[in-house]
Design a protein around this ligand. Structure first.
Ligand SMILES: [Zn+2]
Length: 147
């Protein structure tokens, strides 16, 4: 496998390796599956596509309604097992990360985007606790780190 094993949580390691490592865990540890290993270079690209879809969705809300009539946050999700990428919006009851992983449980996530700010925002502590850091790109900001 390219780049060998992933480091411990929090280490600066290649996102693709981290993503694949987590994928293997989610799929029951098929760590030597040559088909999955061959997909390794596409993980970052897949998340980039998901991120682009999230921005497309965010921009579709601009100019519509006011506060409370549009979602607070959008996020992209990419499932490396199916190659599906999709954008998801937060709801009154669930953060965008939760909406995305409810629909695509094995997905990697892009960085969350504030619809109002038109910029990336940190992953909140409850979402970090629920989803961990490994689903997110390596340059994601976590609220826990910027207190
Ligand atoms: Zn959250």
């Amino acid at each position: 496998m390219r780049n060998g094993r992933a480091g411990a949580a929090g280490d600066a390691v290649d996102f693709g390796v981290i993503g694949l490592t987590e994928l293997f865990a989610l799929h029951g540890g098929h760590g030597s599956d040559p088909v999955l290993t061959a997909r390794l270079p596409t993980l970052t690209e897949g998340v980039e596509v998901a991120d682009a879809l999230a921005w497309e969705r965010r921009n579709s809300y601009s100019g519509t309604g006011g506060y409370g009539t549009r979602p607070a946050v959008v996020i992209g999700a990419y499932d490396p097992a199916t190659f599906e990428a999709e954008a998801f919006s937060s709801t009154a009851k669930r953060h965008a990360e939760g909406v995305a992983t409810d629909a695509m449980p094995d997905a990697l996530l892009s960085k969350p985007i504030s619809v109002r700010k038109g910029d990336y925002i940190p992953v909140c502590e409850p979402c970090e606790a629920e989803f961990g850091r490994l689903r997110f790109p390596a340059d994601t900001t976590f609220a826990k780190d910027i207190k």
